[in-house]
Design a binder for this molecule. Structure first.
Ligand SMILES: Cc1cc2nc3c(=O)[nH]c(=O)nc-3n(C[C@H](O)[C@H](O)[C@H](O)COP(=O)(O)O)c2cc1C
Length: 204
């Protein structure tokens, strides 16, 4: 195999972004639901999103901050301490994309994307009613990376309080990935789904 190697210190911000997001694929998408202190519902997709612990379950997502501009999701979480992560399935792809538009904090992205903001009862943050799974979280920690004057990232950890899952995708607590049909993000504008799968039994 002939490889091309890249030294991080020789790459610019755009090249680092392309390599990182092109190689770490597919990335699950957390559709982060929050509410401002003024009561405005906010929704945005984050593909720097994953699960990192199971008991208690802990999720994380990472917000890019350019020139000190803090995205509404992070600001709301800092103000209220809670968020939801709804899962995006293939049928909701266009609505998810619509909800990524940069809009003023007073704009409700649920409404803009034609979605229903629902409070699921355990944290004061809305989830997507149309999503097959909505996860309610308490924000428990932040970790920052990068240059505060240029681009940096704030990783928000959330401890899960409750999972709300479409019964049709469940067999007990086992989730059927084909029925879930969750989107994975590839590089740029490209996506995949969880429909394509194969099985591999563990050695022992
Ligand atoms: C599929 C997808 C994934 C995204 N992932 C991230 C991410 O991981 N981190 C981030 O800062 N922005 C991400 N974005 C961009 C945000 O969704 C966008 O900046 C949005 O306007 C933020 O909204 P907010 O200000 O309401 O939080 C993503 C956009 C899309 C379409």
């Amino acid at each position: 195999m002939e490889r091309t190697s890249f030294l991080v210190e020789e790459l610019d911000t755009a090249e680092l972004y392309k390599l990182t997001t092109g190689l770490i694929v597919p990335r699950p998408i957390g559709w982060i639901g929050t509410r401002s202190t003024e009561g405005v519902a906010n929704l945005a997709p984050y593909s720097f999103f994953n699960a990192v612990a199971t008991n208690p379950p802990v999720l994380l997502f990472s917000t890019g901050i350019f020139d000190g501009v803090i995205k509404d999701s992070l600001q709301n979480i800092r103000d209220t301490g809670v968020f939801t992560a709804s899962l995006v399935d293939h049928d909701l792809a266009v609505a998810m994309n619509d909800s990524s538009a940069t809009l003023a904090p007073e704009v409700d992205e649920f409404e803009r994307a034609g979605l229903t903001a629902t409070n699921f009862g355990h944290v004061e943050a809305p989830g997507v009613s149309e999503a097959k799974a909505v996860i309610e979280c308490n924000a428990i920690r932040e970790v920052e990376f990068g240059d505060k004057d240029g681009l940096h990232h704030v990783v928000t950890f959330g401890e899960v309080v409750a999972f709300h899952v479409d019964s049709n995708v469940l067999d007990g607590t086992r989730v059927d990935p084909v029925q879930l049909d969750a989107l994975g993000r590839l590089a740029g504008m490209d996506y995949t789904t969880t429909r394509d799968q194969f099985r591999l039994d563990r050695p022992n």
